[in-house]
Design a protein around this ligand. Structure first.
Ligand code: ZN
Length: 442
């Protein structure tokens, strides 16, 4: 397979197990992958053909490593890197109202920038080349811009789902939500590393009219709407009591359930909602670790797959997980689904890896967002099946090298865009000061 763009930067990765995650589940072990500019130019099995090797300006030896598409962490809250370890012993609603929202309200743009850098570094280290931040700190445009700047500094892809709530505590006027979304779409038209999505928080904090308007605006820009749905039984009941409809049916009734809609959690959904999600071609973002830690439940992944619903994986924010390790999420998604459906064969390891890569595959002509994962350690050796090793034996800390758009952004565990020890120290100081400020304010 060969693709021929006109680029001068070339990079060859060879001797690794190339796990393409394509529709045929092709694995080349060993194989090679050749990058020209920002694209994959060629890949295949066995040793690198001499004519390709002759064109390589840089060669990475991936012996005892897997080479696969970068993961998409399809739902997180980067601000919560400053709030790790604060989930214990509370249900979702009390955790949000008593702990998380007061801390978020006290964050400055500088705090937000540091928290985003920290969270994005962790994501890169765990193999995510694309992060969807459901960004809750919209106090000023500077808070939002700080996150986009952090992604650009590190060279990681970011979808910033601009969160909003136009009812309940600290409700934001609809005009200001729409104006800020317009500002962000103009600033980030989707041609660079950063893209924008509509991010309604949750049905019980959003009015029907603003949901319709923001969804329509996002669609004009080809952008998704990204919303928490049915994380807990209590929330489902709140929507049923208020509207007479279950949350997915309520979205459908408002005409905001379509192929641009990303439903985060979907823990408490029934068979009729699964049919609606499949019919409308919506995406579910499955966050099994966060759902378990908060005692919310287990989303019906086996039923979603049987129903033909597209599923991506997210860690959710560090305050409810507490890591951004998508490899951990892969194993939980596989294990919890098999345990609850009493089916040892489904999903297969490769099925869950495909969800983690959000459907991206290694193919000629596609963006060179690639990770090299070390399988040369006692948790993985011997590697009889690279997809099993990746789904069941791998931790995020095994990710060795990360490319985004053909550029190496982490090499041999070293993130290139930031002085990491200095970042950690700055985050420790800023997070301590934030907690003190939030306590004084309450
Ligand atoms: Zn969330």
């Amino acid at each position: 397979m060969i693709f021929s763009p006109d680029w001068s930067n070339t990079l060859l990765i060879e001797n690794g197990a190339v796990v393409t995650l394509d529709a045929e589940r092709t694995v080349y072990a060993p194989g090679y992958l050749f990058v020209e500019g920002d694209r994959i130019a060629a890949l295949g099995s066995g040793p690198t053909p001499p004519e390709i090797r002759a064109r390589a300006t840089e060669v990475l030896d991936a012996r005892h490593q897997a080479v696969l598409p970068g993961f998409t962490n399809a739902h997180t809250h980067l601000s919560q890197t400053f709030m790790r370890g604060l989930s214990s012993g509370r249900s979702l609603l009390s955790w949000l109202k008593d702990l998380i929202w007061p801390l978020q309200a006290a964050m400055t743009p500088d705090d937000m920038h540091l928290a985003a850098l920290l969270g994005l570094v962790e994501n890169l280290r765990c193999g995510a080349t694309h992060v969807v931040d459901h960004h809750k700190i919209t106090a000023t445009p500077a808070h939002t811009d700080a996150v986009c700047q952090a992604a650009q500094t590190l060279g990681v892809r970011l979808t910033l789902a601009r969160s909003w709530a136009d009812r309940g505590k600290n409700a934001e006027p609809p005009d200001s939500i729409l104006a800020d979304l317009e500002r962000l779409f103009a600033l980030h038209p989707g041609t660079g590393l950063v893209s924008i999505a509509n991010g309604p928080l949750v049905p019980w904090r959003c009015t029907a009219e603003t949901l319709r308007q923001t969804h329509a605006l996002a669609k004009q820009h080809g952008a998704p709407s990204h919303i928490h749905i049915s994380e807990t039984r209590e929330e489902v009941q709140m929507t049923v009591d208020e509207t007479g409809l279950r949350p997915v049916a309520w979205l459908d009734n408002l005409d905001v359930l379509d192929e641009n809609t990303q439903i985060v959690h979907a823990v408490w959904i029934d068979e009729s909602e699964i049919t609606q999600l499949a019919t409308r071609k919506a995406t579910v973002v499955h966050c099994p670790v966060s759902n378990a830690v908060l005692g919310s439940g287990v989303a019906p992944l086996a039923s979603l797959r049987r129903g033909g619903v597209r599923v991506h994986l997210g860690t959710d924010g560090p305050a409810s997980n507490d890591t951004q390790d998508l490899f951990e999420t892969v194993k939980w998604a596989l294990g919890l689904t098999r345990a609850t459906s009493l089916d040892a064969a489904n999903p297969a390891p490769v099925d869950v890896l495909i969800m983690a890569a959000a459907g991206h595959a290694l193919r000629p002509g596609t963006p060179a967002d690639i990770i090299l994962v070390n399988l040369d350690h006692p948790r993985a050796v011997p590697v009889h099946d690279p997809t099993s090793a990746l789904a069941l034996s791998t931790h995020g800390s095994d990710v060795d090298t990360v490319l985004v758009g053909g550029k190496v952004v982490m090499r041999a565990r070293h993130v290139l865009g930031v002085d990491e020890p200095a970042l950690l120290e700055a985050c420790r100081l800023a997070a301590t000061a934030l907690r003190q400020r939030a306590e004084r304010a309450n």
